[in-house]
Design a protein around this ligand. Sequence first.
Ligand SMILES: C[S@@+](CC[C@H](N)C(=O)[O-])C[C@H]1O[C@@H](n2cnc3c(N)ncnc32)[C@H](O)[C@@H]1O
Length: 231
Amino acid sequence: MGVEKKEDGVSLHTSSFILHTCPVLPVWEAIPRIDLGDWWKEEELPIEWDRFLPCGPANLEIGYGGGDFLLDMALREPASRFIGIERFGEGHRRLVKRMRREKVFNVLPVMGDAYILLNLLFAAGSLNSIYINCPDPWPKTRHASRRLLTEELFAIAARKLAPSGRLYVATDDAPYANQAAEAFSKTQALECLHPEAQWLLVSPYPTETRYERKWKMEGREMRYFVYQRRP
Ligand SMILES: C[S@@+](CC[C@H](N)C(=O)[O-])C[C@H]1O[C@@H](n2cnc3c(N)ncnc32)[C@H](O)[C@@H]1O
């Protein structure tokens, strides 16, 4: 895995992996109950991703919504695989429909709660990147347990990342960005790739998420974090 540097900040990994095997069936046919999203309950855990997806670096998006970012990344990087965790059923079904229609073979979405599924479905050190884009900030104290940008989630993510694997976070919400920065500062297993600034104001992504596009059109400022697992 190589790393490209951009003038305006930290860019994505470039991949030197070659896609070398491909499951016989496309993923939506190999998993009959894929539309239900909880197909993973019938599998031995952690999931053997090679059974369903072509080989290549494994990337995960948490809270993929309707799946636009995941699908776009998968089309841009056909030699990588992209897994998604989402608990919103309508978004999951929308993504599966598009995978079928656009014949995308390297995406596999899973429905359920990220805190549980990140622990259960992935072997330690198995992920190349994890993305958390525009998570709901849940500003009320009584909803704090629903927040994704926590020290607890970052620690689980760090265990699942390969050495030098990256965790990407994007939010438009200033108080939530401050909370995320504090949680990152307590996560010793992760190293900041933009030490000159708490967060980046320029996107490190080659594409946009649906919410990111919406927030930018409303003139809201996005904040991006890129952290790397220490070797
Ligand atoms: C505001 S939307 C952003 C969607 C997409 N990432 C984007 O940027 O367009 C946040 C998404 O995260 C999902 N989400 C929130 N908490 C989650 C959790 N614990 N596990 C799985 N998905 C979660 C929600 O269902 C929702 O679809």
